[in-house]
Design a protein around this ligand. Structure first.
Ligand SMILES: *Cc1c(COP(=O)(O)O)cnc(C)c1O
Length: 404
């Protein structure tokens, strides 16, 4: 059962482990996972957790226990997945612009491979022929997603093989004898409109009819979660009904059963995450009141990188008078988390929480300004477990060689 973490529990975590700290609520991940499996219960459907969102080994193990499979974009993510206990067949490798050696390494490990370039398809076909099945990533040229940086299906995108290169794909498959077991499309992130998925699926069907031994259709991700209170979440229930109906109809025409595959990242792990920081200084200028916190875009880059909105709460003073603040970090560059944000009065030393910080939070953190990366905590069944130690000074020197 999912019970949100209380402010008091978050404060206890901050006091026990220090700040800044990422906290992930396990039961929230389970709730999201269950919503997906429930919505697609009427059709064989597999959910490959897109682990680039958050790769802590405990999160991978937890999702494995829930029954999820794993989508990986680098060979190291594949290795982390194997280490977490996923079997090779539970792993899908979806790389882009990698060295061919990385693909043969994945082949040797026995994982599912998604190919997204004509030249790679040709090399893979020449080397392995019919001996190793593959999935092909198609670019359907559909404009979708919340933001240009996270749209991947449009005409200028580097991802996938264009649907206009279908003849070329067919030629390679025929000549090399490749066994194409699946088709894949991932048109972007944060897609609100269920019809976008249906449009991708229509394109998928038209391509699928050119391949006769498909076992699955992979629709990637794009599930949206709300970052602001009034924002919608992708209606997975309706999506489940509509997609299931469309795929069942196509199966009759196609003459084979087809599994549906998805690769949710954000949907599974965004909302589970709280990022706790401390207000170091309140700085009143002639134009605004800044809250300067003990973190920066080196720990949570989404506001600066994607103009992302993260809801912030002052958990130390939840009933304080509401005031307007600009919340900034301590990096020596423009480093703004939130402009003109209404918060309960913030005092120096108060703990602030960034909500929805599970996906692409810790994972995109860096040591810029020689700052230390934060700790990570897993919160499960009322207990808080430290799952990554905060960096120490020595970590900054690791791998550096002093030659002077
Ligand atoms: C990033 C990515 C995902 C996950 O996207 P979310 O928006 O986090 O759900 C899924 N599939 C592929 C191939 C990706 O690159």
């Amino acid at each position: 059962m999912y019970e949100p973490i209380t402010n008091q529990q978050l404060i206890s975590v901050a006091e026990e482990f220090g700040t800044p700290v990422y906290v992930y609520h396990a039961e929230k991940i389970a709730q999201q996972y269950n919503k997906l499996t429930q919505a697609f219960k009427d059709h064989p459907t597999r959910f490959f957790y897109a682990c680039k969102a958050l790769t802590n080994i405990n999160i991978l193990k937890y999702l494995k226990q829930l029954g999820a499979d794993l989508d990986c974009v680098s060979i190291n993510e594949v290795k982390l997945g194997l280490k977490a206990g996923f079997s090779p067949k539970q792993i899908l490798f979806t790389p882009n612009c990698v060295d061919f050696n990385e693909i043969t390494e994945a082949q040797a490990l026995g994982v599912n491979i998604n190919i997204d370039n004509i030249s790679i398809l040709e090399r893979f076909g020449n080397k392995f022929g019919a001996s190793y099945p593959v999935c092909i990533r198609i670019n359907p040229h559909i404009e979708a997603g919340g933001n240009y940086k996270i749209s991947t299906g449009h005409i200028d995108s580097k991802f996938g093989i264009s649907i206009h290169q279908l003849r070329h794909m067919e030629r390679i498959v025929k000549t090399t004898g490749l066994h194409v077991q699946g088709l894949h499309m991932h048109t972007g992130s944060e897609i609100k409109d269920v019809n976008v998925f249906l449009r991708s699926l229509e394109v998928m069907f038209s391509v699928a009819s050119h391949f006769d031994s498909l076992e699955f259709l992979d629709l990637g991700s794009g599930f949206k979660v709300p970052y602001k209170d009034d924002e919608p979440e992708t209606d997975v229930q309706t999506l489940g009904l509509k997609l299931t109906e469309a795929v069942k109809a196509f199966e009759i025409e196609y003459g084979r059963n087809l599994e549906i595959w998805f690769e949710p990242g954000k949907y599974l792990v965004s909302e589970c995450g709280s990022f706790i920081v401390k207000a170091n200084v309140i700085k009143q200028t002639t134009a605004t009141v800044f809250v300067g916190v003990n973190s920066g875009f080196n720990h949570l880059i989404r506001p600066m990188f994607y103009d992302a909105y993260h809801k912030i709460s002052n958990i130390s003073n939840p009933n304080g008078a509401e005031r307007i603040y600009t919340v900034v970090g301590n990096i020596c560059e423009t480093d703004t988390f939130a402009w003109d944000r209404v918060l309960n009065e913030v005092r120096e030393g108060d703990y602030l929480v960034f909500h929805n910080a599970g996906a692409y939070g810790f994972e995109m953190s860096s040591n810029f300004n020689s700052r230390l990366k934060p700790a990570e905590v897993l919160f499960s069944e009322g207990h808080a477990y430290l799952i990554r130690e905060r960096d120490e000074f020595e970590d900054l020197m690791r791998n550096q060689l002093e030659v002077l």
